[in-house]
Design a protein around this ligand. Structure first.
Ligand SMILES: N[C@@H](CCC(=O)N[C@@H](CS)C(=O)NCC(=O)O)C(=O)O
Length: 411
């Protein structure tokens, strides 16, 4: 019998439960968070989440993980060999989850472009990461593992979350200065339980550095003169750490009234149905009404400044987060095409009304993108939109076929 479903498969906090599912060979299905059941059952929209038999629901990664271990083997040594060890394990889980990871994210997200850069905040978060890491460093100077001399779930969980630190921030110098944490991390990620999920890990030479975003300045300047909407302060919420968006009181596009087809049903269809066979015909038939909606090609203006594809995708993620005040008025997909050091961002949006600006200017970086109206009566435009929904064909960029490397759906 199925033991349940884990929601979320990309975010770092899904690594520990996925490792347990694999390690104990648990019959738990792993699905993405765009699943309709998840959207309905978990209003905080945090990842991971879990639904077990008889509608048993859990969020919070620690709770989910402990549940899975107990399900598999209540006597598992991963939870320590006595109550004292168990409490120590909980201590490390909580410390890694709530003190370390969110602050690591507060340092690397501004550096990858996923959230705005504020030097003071980055410096403060970085100093705090050092403070927390000093606890690991001190402990691991005396012991092989976090709790005693045996691998426990404290190690699996903490090392999994620290992947974000080692992939973005902890370069060779850092590792030299933190030999115990680095040695322990290497040992733990090469254990089968974690290696099965994260694979071979490549250490970075240098920490990511902040590159001033010329484009955001360029884009922001003319904006200041424009009449102000209720623009949300530039404090984007990011995956891995920060709570979901609070609803905005009023949006300028609310003045257009309710459309015949709101986006909810479409989003459900798109998430759950076969894209080419069902969702796309549904979109043209039931969603796209040219009286009420317009279609836009959206292109990032500074493709030549993009480097690694995952960073380009983070940029898109940041942009989408900053657009969240327009969720009712926008649906779209942006893809990253190409490869590391030679990639670009393009895609399409369905926009309420006939103008793009009122929907997009809630995001401070909206002018880093170019907007071109699309007419689906034009075969090429229609094909482009359909591929941006299906991602199953290369993108035509100035006559060149470029493979889609990654992408995100705004919904
Ligand atoms: N307190 C939650 C935090 C979960 C969390 O923040 N997860 C991240 C992904 S690793 C997320 O859902 N981010 C999206 C958001 O904050 O809206 C837990 O421990 O599980």
């Amino acid at each position: 019998m199925s033991l349940g479903t884990l929601f979320g498969d990309q975010q770092i906090r899904t690594v520990p439960p996925k490792a347990l599912i694999k390690h104990f060979n648990l019959d738990v299905k792993i699905v993405g968070s765009d699943d309709a059941a998840y959207q309905k059952a978990f209003p905080l929209k945090k990842i991971p989440a879990f639904v077990g038999p008889k509608g048993f629901k859990l969020h919070e990664v620690i709770a989910i993980s402990i549940y899975l271990i107990n399900l598999a083997d209540p006597k598992s040594k991963l939870l320590g060999k006595n109550a004292k060890e168990y409490s120590e394990i909980l201590k490390w889980l909580s410390l890694s989850n709530m003190e370390l990871l969110p602050n690591i994210a507060n340092v690397f997200k501004p550096l990858t472009g996923a959230s705005p850069y504020n030097k003071k905040n980055v410096d403060e978060a970085s100093a705090y990461v050092e403070k927390v890491i000093s606890l690991y460093e001190a402990r691991l100077a005396e012991y092989t593992y976090l709790v005693g001399e045996r691998l426990t779930f404290a190690d699996v969980f903490s090392a999994a979350l620290l992947v974000r630190g080692f992939e973005h921030l902890f370069g060779a110098d850092w590792r030299k200065a933190h030999p115990n944490t680095s040695r322990w991390f290497k040992t733990v990620i090469s254990q089968k339980i974690l290696h099965d999920i994260i694979g071979d890990f490549t250490f970075i030479e240098k920490a990511k550095e902040f590159v001033p975003p010329k484009k955001e300045k360029k884009a922001a300047a003319p904006k200041e003169a424009a009449p102000k909407k209720e623009k949300k302060p530039a404090a984007p919420k990011e995956e891995d750490d920060i709570p979901a968006e609070a609803p905005k009181p009023k949006h300028p596009l609310a003045a257009l009234g309710n459309p015949k087809a709101a986006l909810d049903e479409w989003k459900r269809v798109y998430s759950n149905e076969e894209t080419r066979e069902v969702a796309i015909p549904w979109f043209w038939k039931n969603q796209y009404d040219p009286e009420e909606w317009s279609l836009w090609k959206v292109d990032y203006k500074y493709n030549d400044e993009l480097t690694l594809t995952f960073m380009s995708n983070n940029l898109v993620g940041g942009f989408f987060n900053r657009l969240s005040a327009s969720t009712k008025y926008l649906f779209g997909c942006l893809v990253v095409y190409g490869e590391n050091n030679n990639n670009g961002i393009t895609g399409f949006f369905l926009v309420r009304g006939q103008e793009y600006a009122p929907a997009f200017d809630v995001a401070p970086d909206w002018e880093s993108y170019a907007y071109t109206k699309l007419d689906p009566k034009d075969e090429e435009s229609k094909k482009f939109i359909e591929n941006m929904l299906a991602w199953d064909q290369p993108v035509d960029v100035n006559g060149e076929k470029r493979e889609i490397a990654d992408g995100k759906v705004f919904k």
